[in-house]
Design a protein. Sequence first.
Length: 197
Amino acid sequence: NTRRHMARLNPIFFVACTSWLVCFVAGQPRFCGLPAVTGLCRASIPKWYYNARQGKCLQFTYGGCGGNRNRFDSREECEHRCVPRDICQLPPQKGFCRARIQRWHYSSRAGECKPFIWGGCGGNGNNFRTYWECMGRCDICLMPPETGVCRAAHRLWFYDAQTGSCRPFIWGGCGGNGNKFNTFRDCTRRCGWTWWR
């Protein structure tokens, strides 16, 4: 009954924690809620896992054998499999602890990140330590260009935040992020007018 009530309050992102170690998010593979496990061997291999409590992918050291499926070779692979696509659309949530920690959340209404007070545990993935971490994850104009995982060669445009201009790049045809536009005009309309030479 409580679970149904919570799902109705936030149907986009519902986290069910069965213990302090295991959380499951609706619409995700169940292994995304498993804890990071170094495994039985003693190698030191950098890997990524999805931390359901923090709502983001974190790095850990894998021993080389054993473990579970919540283990990825790159942050991008982890985010693709486990991070909810609409994380930046979630409302800010204080969480269930009582600390008063300033964090940042992306406000789709304002089109930028805004501060809020986080309780220190719980909440959702729209929770970032800094303004720039938040904007880098949620503002498509600040994302780096990504060719994606396919091997086609489509000429698209991306907004280069370092130069303040829209520039062409080659997109593979699938994947990537939101900082890709069919035309220069589409790019400047979304991310701001800049002079193109």
